[in-house]
Structure formats: C-alpha cells, structure tokens
Design a protein around this ligand. Structure first.
Ligand code: CTP
Length: 405
C-alpha cells in the first residue's frame, strides 16, 4: 500500500545546498504515486536548475508570481488549491524567518501565505549550517511556526557542506517520505503506549555458539512502525536482528530470552497494548561455559542440558492489568503446519484475546507474509501481502478491538 498514492504536493525549494536532495525527494514522491508541482525561489535556482526539477516532476516549474503562463496571473492561488500539502524542502533559515512574519515578496512565500490553512497543510524540512540552526532567532522562529500550525520536520546531524559537523542538515529524502507517510496516517492509536517484542533470541552455549532461530524481526519492526505512525508511543524490545529502528520508535536491544523477559517486565506497567512477535527460544543451555567447547577435549559430541525459558507472553497475559482488559495482549504463532487448529489452541493456552498466526518457514526473512487472526469470535485471514501492509491492517484490527479507532 502506497500511503502517498494520488497525493498532490507543491514542493517548494529555497536557497541551500540541500537542493540537491530535493531532486531525489521529487523522484521518490513520484515513485510513491504522488504528483509534484515544483516552485522554486531565485536562490534555489542558484543551487539546482529548474530544468532538472521539471524533468523529474514532469511539470513546468514556477518561480515568479508574474509568470505569464497562468492566464489569470494568479500562480500563487492556482498552484496550491488542489494540493494535499505544501512541502518546503529545503527550507532555508531566511525562508523560515519569512514564513514567520507572513511575508509574501516572492511566489513561494506568497503561496504559503495565501493557502487555505485548514485544507492545505504546510510542512517544512529545515536545512542550514549548525550555527544558523542553533541561533536563538531560528529556534524562536521554528517554535512559533509550530504554534501557527506549520508542521516542522526535524533536522539531520552530521557533516555539513561548509565542513562543520552538527545539527542542521536536511533529512534524507527517504526520511522525508517516511515523515509524510506518517503525517497522512490516521491516528487510530493516538495517546496509546505500545510495547512490542521482535526478532529471535540467542541462547549461548559457549562464547561462540548458541541456539537461535530464523526470525528476521521484519514483521515486528513493521508493526512497530505502523503503531508509531498511528500515533502511539512505541517501545520495541528486539533480539539480535540486522534492521534499522523505525523512526520515532524507542528500541531496546536484548540477546537472550531471559533478557527479553526482564526488559518486558520492567516496562509493561506503562503499556496499553503488548504485541509479542518475537520468536523466543523455548530452551536455553543450563550453563554456558566461558571457554569454547573444544572438539579435541571431548570424546564424541558434548551433552548439552537444556532448561525451559520463561514464557513472556503467558506471564504478561496473567498480569492483573491484562486480565482486567487495561492491557490488550496480542500473541503471535509461528507454525509449520495445521495453522488454524494450532492457532486456536495457542490463543487459549496463552490466555490472550488476539492471536496472529503465520507459517514460519514460508515467511522467515521475507518482506511478505500472510496472517491468520484468531479471537473469541473466530478466524480472519489477511492474505499474502507486504509485512508493512499487513502491519497497517493489524493496527486497524487492534484499534477496533480496543475501541480507539
Ligand atoms: N512467546 C513468549 N515467550 C516464550 C515463547 C513464546 O513470549 N518463551 C510468545 C511469542 O512471542 C509468541 C507466542 O508466545 O507471541 C507463541 O510463540 P511460538 O514460538 O509460536 O509458540 P510457543 O509458545 O513457543 O509454543 P510451540 O513452540 O510449542 O509452538
């Protein structure tokens, strides 16, 4: 599902070296199914040509309010009325100051001032040198713009074109696209606190070997992202995986099932929703040596005694908060056969209102999945789709069940 499909953006470019990123941003928006009308200030044209932006957006670029191509000579009205948002990226320090004062001496600032405030949101991605960003004037201006209803995106940190290092870089195009997707997501979990476990656990046998499984963590991370975009505060407790944290999600890394259990119990009291997607190892070695078990020191394969790990989901589902319904628990089931039968039984044995079942071997490591939702009323299938899409559907299912849609 493309969140930005059929959305129309006015993409405003103002003067700054980050204009080079606006080319990629424009391309990404179009790839997402959006249409883009580029408007540039004269200063922006010093950094990137209107020709480049026209080729990428497949529309003529506008820079002047006196442009004769608009027959009524009202580019500042005509170009913004059908926009789902005006996005200024990059927004220079000077342009931010201009917006604050409601100045309107070029096409872009005039268009921002003349937009219907309730219908066309204004989103800005600031980009400037770290000293300019830290300057009290800029900080005051962005704070006031937020109060005025402008959606001010954060800035990146790192190397700057001037050679200095610090805050003030424009977010990367993919980050801005993520911010926009989030902006247009219905906030069905607004004010909710969600705790999620994800990935495999790793149970050490010795310093170089261990017991783990094939879970990639992708489903859990997709759910964390979908919950965050739906307005929730999200804590993600993750086993060892090779995934970047979803934007705006607090991540806690753990290795073993016992660490995951501790991390969950320390935080569950603040949660309204608990989603256990982790493929927790059921057993661990009763002891793990400090030195590697050497083949030459053993006669034949070593005997490894296993002990059972705590069942995190079952423990949480037994808490008074969960039993009273104050905490909504969602379990997962990774099976290899008889999905429905096993899922129905697992929901009961775990004591959770909703259990989401999937065929582990069919989905481990992949970007797609199919889910079977089991609750007290029956079973619902979510057909094979990307994990991101399934996560959004699942968030909708959870919010309906807790009555927060
Ligand atoms: N789970 C858990 N702690 C465990 C084992 C499982 O929290 N020690 C959670 C998982 O995160 C998942 C659900 O319980 O939400 C079911 O996990 P699964 O591995 O499918 O089932 P198991 O309980 O391990 O049972 P079995 O291996 O017999 O299928």
């Amino acid at each position: 599902m493309k969140q930005l499909n059929n959305k129309h953006f006015v993409l405003g470019l103002t003067g700054g070296i980050a204009c080079y990123k606006a080319a990629e941003l424009c391309r990404s928006l179009i790839k997402q199914g959006a249409t883009v009308q580029v408007v540039m200030t004269d200063a922006a044209s010093q950094f990137i040509t209107p020709v480049t932006m026209q080729a990428l957006s497949d529309r003529p670029v506008f820079s002047s309010q006196w442009d004769p191509r608009q027959t009524n000579n009202m580019a500042h009205i005509n170009l913004s009325r059908d926009a789902d948002a005006i996005l200024i990226a990059p927004a220079s320090a000077d342009f931010v100051a201009k917006l604050l004062h409601g100045r309107a001496d070029d096409l872009l600032s005039l268009m921002c001032l003349a937009r219907p405030i309730d219908k066309v949101p204004l989103i800005i991605a600031p980009a400037m040198n770290k000293e300019m960003w830290a300057n009290p004037a800029t900080q005051r201006n962005t704070a006031q713009l937020k109060l005025d209803g402008v959606h001010v995106l954060g800035v990146g940190v790192g190397d700057q074109a001037c050679g200095e290092v610090g805050d003030g870089r424009m977010l990367e195009p993919f980050e801005i696209v993520e911010e926009l997707e989030s902006f247009f997501t219905k906030k069905v979990l607004k004010g909710k606190h969600v705790l999620i476990t994800a990935g495999p656990t790793y149970e050490a046998i010795d310093p170089v070997r261990g017991i783990t499984n094939l879970s990639s963590g992708k489903m859990g991370f997709a759910i964390a992202k979908a919950c965050q975009r739906a307005g929730a505060f999200v804590r993600l407790i993750s086993g060892p995986v090779a995934l970047n944290s979803p934007r705006g999600v607090e991540r806690i890394n753990v290795t073993s099932a016992q660490q995951m259990y501790q991390a969950v119990l320390e935080r569950v009291s603040q949660a309204d929703i608990f989603v256990a997607t982790a493929a927790v190892a059921d057993w661990r070695a009763s002891s793990s040596g400090e030195q590697k078990i050497k083949k030459m020191n053993t006669s034949g394969p070593p005997q490894i005694d296993l002990v059972e790990n705590p069942d995190i989901l079952k423990t949480v589902a037994q808490l008074p908060k969960a039993k009273s319904g104050e905490l909504y628990c969602v379990g997962f089931a990774a099976e290899s056969e008889e999905l429905q039968t096993l899922a129905v039984a697992k929901r009961k044995s775990k004591g959770v209102p909703l259990l989401v079942a999937n065929l582990g071997p069919a989905t481990f490591g992949r970007d797609e999945n199919a889910l079977l939702l089991v609750d007290e009323t029956g079973v619902r299938e979510l057909a094979w789709a990307s994990k991101d899409e399934l996560a959004v559907e699942l968030v909708g299912e959870i919010s309906r069940r807790i009555g927060s849609s």
